[in-house]
Design a protein around this ligand. Structure first.
Ligand code: TYD
Ligand code: MG
Length: 455
C-alpha cells in the first residue's frame, strides 16, 4: 500500500513544511501550521482540460489578439458598479463576509433577477427546500436558475459542464471537497484545489464564476491568503447586523478600481439597492440637537452626505473613553489631541464617542472636519444649523487641508438643499465660488471654524 504523505500547511499563507514549527517560515504567523494529508495527483494530470486550443508558446505582445470581451450586464446595479461595470467573462470573483450578513441572499437574488441568463447556483450549505423558501421571499422565480445541492468537486464539475451555464455561483468554496485530496473540507489544501479547478474551468470556457467565502474571526477570508491571490476579484460584504445597511466593497479587482462602494438595505424581501445614499442616510435626522454635523464625503466616484454624531461627557471612570463606530479610533485620538494642543479645548478629561450614522464605515479624510465640529458642538452643547455641512481634512497643526473632488462634493450638498458648506481655504485655484448657489465658506484653521459656528 502506498504510504500516506502528510505535510504541515500554514492556514494563513499556504506554505508547506515537512516538520511542524511554531512559526510559519513563509508569513511569520504563529500556530498556523496544521498537518494535512496530501496525495500527489496521478502523473497523467488529474485536471480536466476543457479546451486544447489554448496557445502555450510565447507570443510578442503586439501580436496578442485582445478580444474586447463584452462584460455581463448585471441586473444588480450596485454589484455591477463595484465590479467596475459588470462581470468579465472567465473571471473568478470571491465574495467574503461574516455569517448571516447576506452573501447567499445577494447571489441568489442575482440569479433570480437575471432572467436573461442561465445561472447555476451550487450550494453545499443549505437544502433545496431552504433555498426555495428564501427565493420565494425574494420573488422573480424563473426556469433559467438551476439549483444544485452537492459538495463533491468532481460531481459539481461534471454538472457544470453538462448544463453549460452563463454564470456559476458556488455557495460556499469551503464546503466543496475534492476526493483527490484527503483532508477535510475547508482546509487549505482542499480550498486551493477546488479554487484552482474552478479557475481553470472559468478561464477555458469564458464562464464567470462567483465564489462565496467564509470569514475567520480576524475578519480575513478563511483559508489561505493564496485564495485571494488566485482569484481575479475579491469583494467584501460588510455591515452591522443591527443596522439595515450592507456595504459591498472591492478589496481586489483585476478589471477595475477598488474604491467603489455598493450600498444595500436588508429588507423582508431581500436586499434593496440604495441608489441615493445621501438621502437615505440623512432622512432620520433630528435637527436642532447638538453633537451632529454633516460631512460631504466621497465613496469612490460617488458623493455621499453622511452624518457624524458625537457625545462628549464627563468621564464616569478614571480613564476617559474614546469609542467610535464607523470612524477610525486612532484618527479620533489624533483629532482630539489637535483640539487640545492647537485650539485650546480641554477635552482630555471627557469621554468622547463618535459615530457615523447608519453604521457605515467611511475611509475619507474629508469627514474629519464634520467629526471635529460634532465633537465641539456636543462639548459646547450648541447645535450646528441643519443646513450646514463640511468637507475638509484636519491637519496636525489644526489647519484645514483641501480634499479631492471638492466641486463634486459642493454640487451634491447643493443638490440636497444644504445652504452652507465649510471647505478648506487652501488650494482653491480653479474653483469659482460664485458658480454655486450654496454659500461656500473657505476656512484655514480650526479656530476660525469654531468662531464662525459658535462665535
Ligand atoms: P444570508 O444570505 O443567509 O447570509 P450569509 O449567506 O452571508 O450567511 O442572510 C441571512 C440573513 O438575512 C438572515 O439573518 C435573514 C436576513 N434576510 C432578510 O432580512 N430578508 C430576506 O429577504 C432574506 C432572504 C434574508
Ligand atoms: Mg450563506
Amino acid at each position: 500500500m502506498a504510504k500516506t504523505k502528510t505535510a504541515f500547511v500554514c492556514q494563513n499563507c499556504g506554505t508547506n513544511t515537512p516538520k511542524w514549527m511554531g512559526k510559519c517560515p513563509g508569513c511569520g504567523e504563529w500556530n498556523t501550521l496544521i498537518e494535512e494529508v496530501v496525495y500527489k495527483p496521478s502523473k497523467s494530470g488529474s485536471r480536466r482540460n476543457f479546451s486544447e486550443t489554448v496557445s502555450r508558446k510565447p507570443v510578442p505582445i503586439t501580436e496578442v489578439k485582445a478580444d474586447v470581451t463584452e462584460r455581463l450586464q448585471l441586473p444588480d446595479g450596485e454589484l455591477h458598479r463595484v465590479l467596475g461595470g459588470g462581470l468579465v467573462p472567465g473571471s473568478v470573483t470571491l465574495i467574503g463576509g461574516d455569517p448571516g450578513i447576506g452573501k447567499s441572499t445577494l447571489l441568489l437574488q442575482l440569479g433570480l433577477n437575471y432572467a436573461a441568463a442561465k445561472v447555476l447556483y451550487v450550494s453545499g450549505e443549505e437544502s433545496a427546500n431552504q433555498i426555495k423558501m428564501r427565493a420565494e421571499r425574494i420573488g422573480n422565480l424563473h426556469d433559467g436558475l438551476l439549483l444544485l445541492i452537492d459538495t463533491s468537486l468532481e460531481r459539481v464539475m461534471e454538472r457544470i459542464e453538462e448544463s453549460n451555464p452563463d454564470l456559476v455561483i458556488i455557495d460556499s468554496i469551503q464546503t466543496l471537497q475534492s476526493p483527490e485530496i484527503d483532508s477535510v473540507p475547508g482546509s487549505v489544501a482542499q480550498i486551493r484545489e477546488c479554487t484552482g479547478e474552478l479557475i481553470q474551468y472559468a478561464k477555458e470556457t469564458d464562464t464567470p464564476v462567483v465564489l462565496i467565502g467564509h470569514i475567520t474571526k480576524e475578519g480575513n477570508i478563511a483559508g489561505p491568503k493564496v485564495m485571494e491571490h488566485m482569484v481575479d476579484v475579491v469583494l467584501q460584504f460588510e455591515g452591522d447586523r443591527q443596522h439595515l445597511y450592507r456595504l459591498l466593497r472591492a478589496k481586489k479587482n483585476r478589471f477595475g478600481s477598488t474604491n467603489e462602494l455598493g450600498i444595500y438595505e436588508m429588507q423582508g424581501s431581500g436586499l434593496k439597492e440604495v441608489t441615493e445614499p445621501s438621502q437615505a442616510l440623512l432622512s432620520h435626522r433630528d435637527e436642532g440637537l447638538s453633537g451632529s454635523a454633516i460631512a460631504a464625503s466621497m465613496e469612490g466616484a460617488r458623493p455621499m452626505m453622511i452624518e457624524a454624531q458625537a457625545l462628549v461627557s464627563t468621564a464616569a471612570y478614571g480613564t476617559p473613553q474614546r469609542t467610535t463606530t464607523g470612524f477610525d479610533q486612532r484618527r479620533l485620538h489624533m483629532l482630539l489631541a489637535v483640539l487640545e494642543k492647537r485650539c485650546g479645548f480641554g477635552i482630555g478629561r471627557f469621554d468622547v464617542f463618535v459615530n457615523m450614522a447608519g453604521g457605515i464605515r467611511v475611509d475619507d479624510p474629508a469627514i474629519d472636519l464634520a467629526a471635529v465640529c460634532a465633537v465641539l458642538s456636543s462639548s459646547e452643547d450648541y447645535p450646528i444649523p441643519g443646513q450646514t455641512c463640511f468637507a475638509g481634512e484636519v491637519g496636525l497643526s489644526g489647519e484645514i487641508r483641501p480634499v479631492t473632488r471638492i466641486d463634486q462634493r459642493i454640487r451634491e450638498a447643493e443638490k440636497l438643499g444644504f445652504e452652507e458648506i465649510y471647505i478648506s481655504g487652501y488650494g482653491l485655484k480653479g474653483l469659482n465660488l460664485k458658480d454655486f448657489s450654496i454659500r461656500v465658506k473657505p476656512v484655514k484653521r480650526m479656530d476660525e471654524v469654531f468662531q464662525q459656528l459658535f462665535g
